[in-house]
Ligand binder design. Structure first.
Ligand SMILES: *[C@@H]1O[C@H](CO)[C@@H](O)[C@H](O)[C@H]1NC(C)=O
Ligand SMILES: *[C@@H]1O[C@H](CO)[C@@H](O)[C@H](O)[C@H]1NC(C)=O
Ligand SMILES: *[C@@H]1O[C@H](CO)[C@@H](O)[C@H](O)[C@H]1NC(C)=O
Ligand SMILES: CC(=O)N[C@H]1CO[C@H](CO)[C@@H](O)[C@@H]1O
Length: 309
């Protein structure tokens, strides 16, 4: 949630080209390697670098317009058919292949240790490998961002329409009685990313926690941790629907979206550089290649393939 769409991993690059020759694109363009890119492809209107919660959403929303031709480039592989990604209980066992293997600098408050800093290297980015806890953040956090940026669009109140638009609240994939365990008034049921309470009903552990919540005032029972008030004891909500992980990839790059002829998804491909058009103002090309090669395989440009300026 915290990474904004202008982060380095998800820059939407405009490459406007009104004179583009419209060559037909094949249906459902999902490419596993940069070498599969057709050399005579239509120039792209937008190139989105990185397919995490920022890039996947931008590419998905832009390609809703059939007039806009979008390329989404992801360094890692596809998430599809990877059981450790799909099955929530397997989350901790996902192979490191799907991560960037980054660690932090030594952290003074951790006694100087450097710790793992997990980042997804797979379609869907971090949302394909994270621990699936559905946390919106607190109202205070968003209001803090609004104050810091001077942009009231970030306020808790104003961000609600996007939070709601994103969410598809579902009943757990079990007969758990969820009444009194979340607040339906703060959830919506038609968005892209599924969220639900866990399948397991009424753990003894939960009961003990909730009983202790009644005995003291500091951490009281919180009906819904995603209501803007994240303090207290309440039931964990998960980005899980129908027993499966719901991610930026499953939510925003589902089969229907992948079938759009004007969206090309290219995985296993590193963007090595973004290039200015020389004016210092516009970025209209990206270099792509294999991370293991220092030379550049291909140059993407609004002028077409293989025609670097
Ligand atoms: C991370 O390390 C694993 C092996 O531990 C490797 O297979 C994987 O390719 C690495 N990921 C990246 C992005 O380098
Ligand atoms: C579900 O739980 C609520 C609140 O605890 C209770 O009032 C209701 O009877 C339960 N429903 C069923 C079908 O058990
Ligand atoms: C896939 O996502 C699109 C766009 O968010 C949505 O309109 C469509 O209903 C989804 N399809 C399925 C099968 O969920
Ligand atoms: C620019 C481009 O390739 N647009 C295509 C997007 O997909 C629609 C069909 O959904 C095609 O008709 C467009 O040609």
């Amino acid at each position: 949630m915290a990474r904004s769409i202008v982060s380095t991993q998800s820059i939407g690059l405009a490459a406007f080209s009104l004179l583009a020759i419209q060559l037909p694109l094949v249906n459902a363009v999902f490419l596993n390697s940069a070498s599969d890119l057709p050399t005579n492809a239509t120039p792209f209107d937008f190139i989105v670098v990185g397919s995490g919660p920022g890039g996947a959403v931008v590419a998905s929303r832009l390609s809703e317009n059939p007039q806009i031709n979008v390329l989404l480039v992801e360094a890692g592989p596809s998430d599809e058919g990877v059981l450790e990604i799909e099955i929530p209980a397997f989350a901790a066992t996902a192979p490191k292949t799907y991560e960037w293997n980054t660690t932090t600098v030594p952290v003074p408050s951790l006694n100087g240790r450097s710790v793992e800093f997990r980042r997804g290297h797979v379609l869907g980015g971090g949302s394909s490998i994270n621990g699936l806890v559905y946390t919106r953040g607190s109202a205070e956090l968003y209001d803090g961002w609004a104050r810091m940026t001077g942009d009231n669009g970030w306020s808790w109140e104003n961000i609600q329409r996007y939070i709601r638009k994103n969410e598809k609240w579902m009943h757990p994939n079990s007969r758990r009685n969820v009444s009194g365990e979340f607040n339906p008034a703060v959830h919506t049921f038609n968005g892209a990313v599924s969220a639900s309470l866990g399948n397991e009903p009424d753990y003894l552990f939960d009961r003990l926690g909730l009983d202790s919540a009644k005995l003291q005032d500091e951490f009281t029972f919180n009906l819904d941790m995603n209501s803007g008030n994240a303090l207290g004891l309440g039931f964990t909500q998960w980005t899980v629907g129908d027993g499966q992980r719901s991610s930026a990839a499953t939510g925003y790059l589902n089969a229907t979206v992948k079938a759009r002829p004007n969206l090309t998804i290219l995985v296993n491909t590193y963007v090595t550089r973004v290039l200015s058009d020389g004016t210092g103002k516009n970025i209209r090309k990206v270099e792509i290649g294999d991370r293991s090669t220092s030379t550049v395989d291909t140059v993407l440009s609004h002028n077409g393939w293989g025609k670097p300026k």
